[in-house]
Design a protein around this ligand. Structure first.
Ligand code: NAP
Length: 300
C-alpha cells in the first residue's frame, strides 16, 4: 500500500528514510524545503504540499512537533480539512495531549476519514535503526491497516485500545524516561563535583544493574558534554507539561516528574532549549553554583 509521510524533523527524517527503503511508494512533504532533499535522494516522491500527499496515499503518517503543526498541515478549521482527510487514514505519530487526539479523531471521523494515533518511544538513534516502539489506538480495522506500515520503523507495536490510550501509554513511558535521564545527569554531576574519575563512574554504572539503553546512550554524552540533539530539551519540556497536566487532571501525584519539570524549564531559561535532553546537566550545575534563572515560578 502507498503511504504518505509529513514532517521530516529529527524523528521524521530517519523514519521516512526507513519507510522509503522498505520498497513502498512513499510520498513525503515537510514545511522546510531543505528537509525534503534527503528523501528525494532516497527515492521518495516529494509532494508540492500536504494536498498532494493526501491525494497520493490512502494512509498518511504525521511526525509533527505538536497539535498546532498537525492542525496547520491538515488545514483543520478550513474547507481543506475535509478535502484532505475524507476517505483517508490519518496517523499522528508525534506526541500531543490525549484530549487533543480525542478531539482530532472526532473531527477526522466526522469528515469521513479514519484515525489511528501511533506515538512512538525511542529517539533519533533508535529511529535510524528501525528500533522504535509504537503504541497504537483506534478502530480495529484502521489499526489493522496501519500496523504493517509501521514495521520498517518500529521493532514492536503494541495495540492499546481506543484513542487516547496509546498517548496515555506514551506519557507513562515518558515519565520514566524523563526521570531516568534527569537522575542520570544528577548522578554524573555528583560524581564529577566530588572529583571522581567520571570515565570510571561510567564503567561502574555500565557493569551494574542500572545500565540500560538509555544510560548507554546518555552517559557518554554527559562525559563528553556532547549535547548534539537526539531529543530536544524544548520537546522534553513539552512532554513534561503534557504528563503533568494529565496527572493533575486525574488527581495523580507525580512528585519526581514535577521536579524534572522545573529543571527542564531552567534548562530552557539558561538557553539550551535546542540541545539534547542530556543538557539538563546545565540546570543542575546552575543550582550547585547558585545561578538564578528567569524560569516562571510555576515551572514553565
Ligand atoms: N525526538 C525524540 O526523541 C522524540 C521521540 C518520540 C516522540 N517525539 C515526538 O515526535 C514529534 C516530532 O519530534 P521531532 O524530534 O522530530 O521534532 P522536530 O525535529 O522539531 O520536527 C518537528 C516537525 O514538525 C514540523 N512543523 C512544526 N511546526 C509546523 C507547522 N506549523 N506546520 C507544518 N509543519 C510544522 C517541522 O517541519 P519543518 O522542520 O520541515 O519546518 C518538523 O518536520 C514531537 O511531537 C515529539 O514530542 C520525539
Amino acid at each position: 500500500m502507498d503511504v504518505g509521510f509529513i514532517g521530516l524533523g529529527v524523528m521524521g527524517r530517519p523514519m521516512a528514510l526507513r519507510l522509503a527503503g522498505s520498497g513502498r511508494k512513499v510520498t513525503v512533504w515537510s514545511r522546510t524545503a531543505a528537509k525534503r532533499a534527503p528523501l528525494r535522494a532516497a527515492g521518495a516522491h516529494v509532494a508540492a504540499g500536504p494536498d498532494e500527499v493526501f491525494r497520493e496515499a490512502p494512509v498518511v503518517l504525521l511526525m509533527l512537533a505538536d497539535g498546532d503543526a498537525v492542525d496547520a498541515v491538515l488545514g483543520r478549521g478550513t474547507p481543506d480539512f475535509a478535502a484532505r482527510v475524507a476517505g483517508r487514514t490519518v496517523v499522528p505519530m508525534g506526541t500531543t495531549s490525549p484530549a487533543y487526539s480525542q478531539g482530532l479523531e472526532a473531527d477526522v471521523r466526522a469528515a469521513g476519514g479514519r484515525y489511528v494515533e501511533a506515538p512512538v518511544s525511542g529517539s533519533r538513534v533508535p529511529a535510524e535503526a528501525g528500533r522504535l516502539v509504537a503504541m497504537v489506538a483506534g478502530e480495529e480495522e484502521a489499526v489493522t491497516q496501519v500496523r504493517p506500515l509501521l514495521e520498517p520503523m518500529c521493532h514492536e507495536t503494541f495495540v492499546c485500545g481506543r484513542v487516547p490510550d496509546a498517548l496515555l501509554m506514551k506519557l507513562a513511558v515518558n515519565l520514566f524516561l524523563i526521570t531516568t535521564v534527569t537522575g542520570l545527569a544528577e548522578s554524573f554531576h555528583f560524581a564529577e563535583r566530588h572529583g571522581l574519575d567520571t570515565r570510571r563512574f561510567l564503567d561502574v554504572l555500565d557493569a551494574g544493574p542500572m545500565a540500560s539503553g538509555v544510560s548507554r546512550m546518555k552517559a557518554p554524552k554527559l562525559l563528553a558534554r556532547d549535547f548534539d540533539v537526539q531529543a530536544a530539551v524544548r520537546d522534553v519540556l513539552m512532554n513534561n507539561r503534557l504528563i503533568a497536566d494529565a496527572a493533575r487532571a486525574s488527581g495523580v501525584a507525580s512528585p519526581l516528574l514535577d521536579v524534572c519539570h522545573a529543571l527542564f524549564a531552567d534548562t530552557v531559561a539558561l538557553g539550551h532549549g535546542a540541545a539534547d535532553m542530556a543538557a539538563v546537566l546545565h540546570a543542575l550545575e546552575a543550582r550547585t553554583e547558585g545561578v538564578a534563572t528567569d524560569r516562571p515560578a510555576h515551572g514553565g
